[in-house]
Design a protein around this ligand. Structure first.
Ligand code: HEM
Length: 400
């Protein structure tokens, strides 16, 4: 087996968009990831993505951001802010857990902190399982933990959520309720279209578990990175500090710059489905692996300029290059949560009052509005159970 490394922004982008390459980063994490959307290829991927995409529409993101999210945010952030301190990783996970559960279709009937904590604990285990390829722990031990977490999730959260949706769909079919009364989430869409996609009961449960981890883990990490980059920049650039606090479009630009520097996974991995020529001309076969260096591509100086390695929200981007680079991927597996989390890219005529900013910029704004700042007595630490460059703890202080 030959491992082909693809570096450079344009080669990486071309490789991710190549339909002769299928997903292979999650092979090690099959205990949760086998046959979920992210690892499917070709027609089965198109069919399932087409269905699930119905939940990820811009009009719904706008509604969610303006109508649903502010209440969740005020409640979770308010409790931490009143205490005067928090761990940003905890806080981020608490908020993004509920957000992702809403989109996946996982009910939290009690709505209390213990329930969120249980879901968060299960999701953290799912994440470790999905990203097993980068785990520094004994992989068999992690797999056993994931199996136990899936069983607990199935009994506690998934089955009651599924039954409630099945009952609602039966009432809808009988004409007792209108379509508006159905939840708008991935689980409802799948249950409603069971005859149109091949998906076993076990796979449907893992698909929902996959959503929980895909959404919450990356959103919580991106929020912590963005907060860190923004406060570090403000400390070194006092002239931008006031602007960041008063101009939400500029703050969104800062978050996009941070997303570029910290893709959720530093690499993507693909396997050729047939003998083929890779970007750059090398020949690859199905026995080979193609490693796309996402973090490196996002710091390509020929695209992002000589200071590509550092945070600079004033960076001028070439035409057609997204400010977050390849952080949300590109091609058939482009992240379904991209616009939800990153918002729409501002244009010169964007109205700040009606703009869709994205969940991560809104979270960072909510932190800054409460004067959140790193706790000088407890510096943040890096996560030790993964090779990914994530924060493990990030203590912050609030103004009372
Ligand atoms: C900052 C936050 C996020 C980042 C950086 C991120 C990143 C990514 C990346 C890089 C991919 C493609 C992976 C590949 O091509 O190998 C992806 C796929 C995906 N993401 Fe996200 N994601 C984020 C948030 C979310 C959220 C909030 C959701 C859902 C609520 C979500 C759902 C998905 C799904 C379903 C896919 C698979 C799409 C497919 O295979 O067709 N993501 N994400």
């Amino acid at each position: 087996m030959t491992i082909h490394a693809i570096s450079g922004y344009h080669a990486a982008s071309e490789t991710l968009a190549d339909k002769q390459l299928s997903q292979s980063l999650y092979d090690e994490g099959a205990v949760i990831m086998a046959d979920v959307l992210l690892v499917l290829h070709g027609a089965p991927h198109r069919a399932r993505r087409g269905l699930e995409l119905r939940v990820f529409r811009r009009d719904f993101f706008r509604y969610y951001e303006h109508e649903v999210f502010p209440a969740t945010l005020a409640q979770s952030m308010g409790a931490h802010a009143e205490r005067g301190h928090a761990d940003l990783i905890d806080l981020g996970y608490g908020i993004t857990m509920n957000l992702t559960a809403d989109f996946a279709g996982v009910d939290r009937p009690r709505g209390d902190a213990d329930e969120t904590a249980q879901l968060r604990r299960l999701t953290a285990t799912f994440s470790e399982g999905a990203t097993l390829v980068h785990s520094t722990r004994d992989k068999e031990v992690v797999r056993a933990e994931v199996r136990a977490a899936l069983a607990e999730f199935d009994a506690t959260f998934y089955r009651p959520s599924m039954q409630r949706r099945r009952d609602l769909l039966a009432r809808f079919a009988a004409g007792e309720i209108t379509e508006d009364a159905l939840p708008r989430d991935v689980l409802t869409v799948l249950l409603r279209n069971e005859d149109k996609v091949e998906i076993s009961p076990d796979l449907m449960m893992r698909e929902i578990a996959f959503y929980l981890q895909a959404g919450s883990h990356s959103t919580a990490n991106a929020t912590t990175h963005a907060f860190h980059d923004v406060v570090t920049w403000c400390a070194e650039h006092p002239e931008d500090d006031r602007r960041i606090r008063s101009d939400p479009l500029f703050l969104q630009r800062c978050v996009h710059e941070s997303l570029r520097l910290h893709p959720a996974s530093p690499v993507a991995e693909r396997r050729p489905v047939c003998p083929m020529a890779l970007s750059g001309g090398a020949h690859a076969t199905p026995a080979d692996r193609v490693v796309v260096e996402m973090a490196q591509a996002n710091r390509d100086t020929t695209v992002f300029g000589p200071d590509a390695d550092v945070f600079n929200p004033h960076r001028v981007l070439p035409e057609g290059i997204p400010p977050w680079g390849l952080t949300f991927g590109t091609g058939v597996h482009t992240c379904l949560g991209r616009d939800l989390d990153g918002g729409m890219q501002a244009r010169p005529d964007t109205d700040p009052a009606t703009h869709q900013y994205g969940i991560v910029p809104l979270l960072v704004k909510a932190l800054l509005d409460r004067n959140a700042r790193p706790d000088p007595a407890n510096p943040p630490t890096r996560s030790s159970h993964t090779e990914r460059p994530n924060w493990g703890t990030y203590p912050i202080l609030f103004d009372h």
